[in-house]
Ligand binder design. Sequence first.
Ligand code: PLP
Length: 513
Amino acid sequence: MDAKEFREFGKAAVDFVADYLENIRDHEVLPTVEPGYLLDLLPKQMPEEPEPWTEVLSDINRVIKPGITHWQSPNMHGYYPTSTSYPSIVGEMLASGFGIIGFSWICSPACTELEVVVMDWLAKFLKLPEHFQHASDGPGGGVIQGSASEAVLVAVLAAREQAVLSCKETHPELSESEVRGKLIAYSSDQSNSCIEKAGVLAAMPIKLLPADEDLILRGDTLRKAIEEDVAAGLIPVICIATLGTTGTCAYDDIESLADVCQASKVWLHVDAAYAGGGFALEECAELRRGLDRVDSLNFNLHKFMLVNFDCSAMWLRDANKVVDSFNVDRIYLKHKHEGQSQIPDFRHWQIPLGRRFRALKVWITFRTLGAEGLRNHVRKHIALAQQFESFVRNDSRFEMVAPQALGLVCFRPRGDNENTTQLLQRLMERKKIYMVKAEHAGRQFLRFAVCGMDAKPSDIEFAWTEIESQLTAHLAEKSLAEVARKPSNVSDLTQHFQMHLASDGGGTHEKSQ
Ligand code: PLP
């Protein structure tokens, strides 16, 4: 393909994306395909001869689009949002155009320096403690990782290596392998699966401590666990707290956890993959409590900052701890400017060697939307979640499971778990909206997350109508099934149907006051 053809293909692709996103509501959020559908549609080998791009683009419509789950649809309410925006898409395209892998300053000075700039912009925008900025006097700074999982793993690995180093002084009687065998880490049983996975990858067990009844991990629980483990000869290394747990968007008590970590010389990392977006708002200022005492934290721009996947911001109080832990050199990686304090070689801050020019899409997004645009985006998600919450609270057949937090509402139909399961199954079969279940203390519930590139109040109304009408249908079917199981006599049946019709109100339902 030459530049002329690229111009045509590229412009057609931009039109394709704009049409797709502009008309996203035309698609049901979930595809109808069955597993293996694409394997059956595509040839078993790549084409021997080049094919025209027009055919490829038309195949994207024909075979790829039917297998897409439409994450940018406002009818996506599963997981947490995966954001995107037009400027971010352009940024991604331009970064691919440059085709660099900026693992050190010399590999593309703009890649490193723009990352330093946008990470400091973001730290200020989120009102993080000053010591996390590259421009501060200290050794702190921010880096863009691919995902929260990578950020957590980097923190876990760095904390582990620091612990091994310091054990040389505190436990001189132990060999390094004995030390490694005694290391232990902590998080809450509400933390994301990536935390447990980081422990597996780092070969260091992570104890999932019980969150309290509000699903919050508190210092007392951590203190008790550390005391017991130290008494058993183990060496506590790191606690990974969460601000905005995946299940219910609960916020761990960072201040009390920091007290314990400080006293026990344990690294404190905060996973704010989703809720970090709230740091930007004055009305959510309490979310930032205790952040001045943490060693590292991460926030996914690809969740809440209109930057597309992948883009996970990570800040370190002392970046030297990561650099010292991961610094592996080769002669071909050396350059004459390395080690200069304002110019990090980000390859030491991450797992892979090569790194994408993610800062470009961040910079373009921040500039074209502005700080107020980003704050408005977070505020809009909160307002839409509050709208949904009011629907839940106004229908006595449902109950809230946790307080509405940012763009997430956790709720369930009253009654046993079967109601939740059946309701979700119906919704999934109809494919009009997408939600996922979660569970706490044996109670299953539904998570309604505000997602999509441009959700509106009418989308929330659409989702609610779908949910409540499917509950009506489920309850009617359940009630009929109950009668069918025990039809004692004709008058019982008549009475049952009369009651059902009365309670259903001819398609409406009882509302709480
Ligand atoms: N942490 C939390 C609290 C999350 O909710 C998620 C994903 O939703 C993750 C971590 C994992 O994020 P990533 O896919 O960026 O690794």
